[in-house]
Design a protein around this ligand. Structure first.
Ligand code: ZN
Length: 309
């Protein structure tokens, strides 16, 4: 957008040309566009009314699961951004892409990650980073919902971000964030956003997949199974990168160059073991990691490491 038009200001625009948008470039519900030329008149209007008069309906975090991995379905989210993870360069379908993840929080202290891709990272992403210390409020329009280590959202080509929009709901959320600053910082410092939030991904209406119908294509599935643990001759832990949990041969506590993170991180033990999940249609072996594994094992990973070395 040129310097003439700025976000959150009001303008009176006359003599713009209205044209249909070619089908390939249409976003949901938008079929016409305005084309501004040298003959268009643009006048700024100043008044005190909210600049975003359109009442958006935001999807609650708890309802995101309804949109998970559904093509052509996107959601609008209003949230506080409390943390930015490191920006990463990755290869996707043979093309280089930039991705940056942010942690979104709602007023129930629930977290959902937002993956920003490519142009969004340098544009809106930068704006969010500059305001990171002030708990930026963001309206994410038309983002997709997927599953990647928990319920997650991601930009799509027609996503739009409004950072600290001048609307009442955003102001209220900002005040809430400032009042709860220490709790929000706990979520960041203790990396609580990495924990699996059952409430977000499991609901009473959940459909279960039978063991025999599980496929490698599924990113996530719920199964209703019996749990058996017959192979007790396991190691129960492995040495991992403290950041990405990839396994490493580095010694405990040693900082090493992680192949996956491409950065130096400390080697820390992580709990891991396999169990069998069985229903009337078959048995599936499943690996359990981290906190959940420790909880089921009733050993800490350090105890497991001392015991099964
Ligand atoms: Zn790593």
């Amino acid at each position: 957008m040129g310097p003439l038009l700025q976000v959150y200001k009001k303008y009176l625009i006359s003599n713009a040309v209205v044209r249909p948008i070619p089908p390939n470039f249409q976003s949901k519900g938008l079929q016409t566009q305005w084309v501004i030329s040298t003959r268009t008149l643009v006048e700024e209007i100043s008044d005190d009314e909210d600049v975003v008069p359109v009442k958006l309906t935001y999807t609650k975090f708890i309802d995101l699961i309804k949109y998970m991995n559904i093509k052509d379905q996107s959601v609008d989210i209003l949230a506080v951004i409390i943390f930015a993870l490191d920006r990463k360069q990755i290869s996707r379908d043979g093309k280089e892409s930039v991705i940056q993840k942010f942690v979104l929080v709602n007023e129930g202290f629930q977290t959902v990650k937002l993956s920003m891709w490519d142009a969004f990272v340098n544009d809106e992403g930068q704006k969010i980073l500059q305001n990171m210390h002030k708990f930026p409020i963001v309206i994410c329009r038309r983002v997709r919902v997927g599953y990647y280590n928990g319920m997650a959202s991601s930009t799509w080509f027609d996503s739009v971000f409004l950072v600290d929009p001048p609307i009442q709901e955003a102001r209220e959320l900002k005040n809430w964030a400032l009042r709860n600053e220490s709790l929000l910082l706990d979520i960041v410092n203790q990396k609580l956003y990495e924990n699996h939030d059952l409430e977000l991904s499991f609901q009473p209406s959940q459909k279960f997949t039978q063991d025999c119908n599980l496929t490698g294509m599924q990113k996530a599935a719920w199964v209703n199974v019996r749990f058996s643990f017959e192979n007790t001759f396991q190691r129960y832990w492995y040495m991992a990168c403290s950041e990405c949990f990839r396994s490493t041969s580095a010694m405990h506590g040693v900082a090493f160059l992680c192949n996956s993170c491409k950065e130096k991180h400390s080697a820390q033990p992580r709990c891991h073991f396999d169990v069998d999940l069985e229903d009337e249609t078959g048995t599936v072996t499943t690996s359990i990691f981290g906190d959940l594994a420790e909880k089921l094992l009733i050993f800490t990973v350090t105890e497991a490491m001392d015991h099964f070395n």
